[in-house]
Design a protein around this ligand. Structure first.
Ligand SMILES: Nc1nc2c(ncn2[C@@H]2O[C@H](COP(=O)(O)OP(=O)(O)OP(=O)(O)O)[C@@H](O)[C@H]2O)c(=O)[nH]1
Ligand SMILES: [Mg+2]
Ligand SMILES: [Zn+2]
Length: 289
């Protein structure tokens, strides 16, 4: 007897897909055709054929949204994790924010490891996002800040993102009292390897959270540089006052964004990263054509 079920892909490891339906989890395969086309992502809703001997994914249902690096679908929130160690890469943070907005996903920033971080360093990072992105200060070690974070996540599907070793897996361990593999900094830097090697959805009390490997989003973006500023909520209030309505805010005269930076109303460092990201996207597109 065969039956068809609808479920959610909660884990993918070497070509096998863990599909959850209610309290049951089926380990399925997928036809090459399905794997090749748009792929099957963690977070996808799928239709499976459950037979006596084989269980296979037949169809991937429409996605609300998705990210390509890492490949995950149907998320509400991306938790951009930073810490004092490794040193924060805020250009990466800005890139994840842009890609999240482009997909209709809310980005938030979690400063982890506050138990070993001087207050000035935390402020130095979080103040750059003040007023337009939700930020949290947490410690997976002492569990400080988790009541607020978990409260915010209630009812949502969230995905962890950020550099390797900032403590993404440790956050899941802290919430769930689990013992997933984490690693020390020295070991990682030496071998340049990620500790987490697969994507998986964990159910927390009233939310779902996806662990990912430290990743970069720089290779993939379908945003064109002239539209980049649309994904900078801190720029939006000013942009309508630029002289040119197609202002790229890079070097035009009477650019309201550049004026706002001069007056300290937009952070200078954040603006400099915008210019860098702008040039990177432009270069990448020029190479493609
Ligand atoms: N002091 C302190 N150390 C932490 C905290 N959170 C994580 N760490 C340590 O940071 C190191 C890296 O943590 P992981 O959770 O493996 O980092 P990750 O972001 O999952 O790394 P990848 O899986 O490689 O992407 C480990 O040695 C953790 O013990 C924290 O809040 N405080
Ligand atoms: Mg990890
Ligand atoms: Zn402008």
């Amino acid at each position: 007897m065969e039956s068809r079920i609808k479920g959610k892909v909660i884990k993918i490891v070497s070509g096998r897909y863990w599909v959850k339906n209610g309290q049951d989890v089926y380990v399925c395969s997928a036809r090459g055709r399905l794997r090749r086309t748009d792929g099957i992502y963690v977070g996808d809703y799928v239709i499976c054929n459950i037979g006596k001997k084989t269980m296979s994914i037949e169809k991937v249902l429409d996605r609300k949204n998705w990210m390509v690096r890492p490949p995950i679908a149907n998320v509400d929130v991306v938790i951009i994790t930073v810490a004092n160690e490794p040193e924060p890469d805020l250009l990466l943070v800005d890139k994840i924010i842009v890609n999240a907005y482009a997909q209709g996903i809310e980005p938030i920033i979690c400063y982890n490891k506050i138990d070993i971080t001087p207050e000035e360093e935390i402020i130095n990072v979080l103040s750059q996002y003040d007023g337009f992105i939700k930020t949290f200060r947490i410690s997976s070690e002492t569990k400080e800040g988790f009541v607020e974070l978990e409260g915010f996540l209630e009812g949502k599907t969230a995905c962890l993102a950020g550099q390797s070793a900032v403590g993404k897996t440790s956050i899941i361990n802290a919430i769930l009292d689990m013992d997933l593999e984490t690693a020390g900094l020295s070991k990682k830097i030496g071998r340049g390897k990620h500790t987490t090697r697969h994507l998986e959805i964990y159910e927390i009390h009233k939310a779902e959270i996806i662990d990912t490997c430290g990743f970069s989003v720089l290779e993939y973006t379908d945003i064109i540089e002239t539209e980049l500023a649309l994904y900078y909520p801190d720029f939006l209030d000013f942009a309508s006052n630029c002289t040119f309505n197609n202002c790229t805010h890079t070097r035009e005269p009477n650019c309201a964004i550049i004026e706002a930076v001069d007056k300290g109303m937009i952070g200078e460092k954040r603006y400099e990263r915008y210019l860098k990201f702008y040039d990177e996207i432009k270069e990448l597109r020029e190479k493609e054509y």
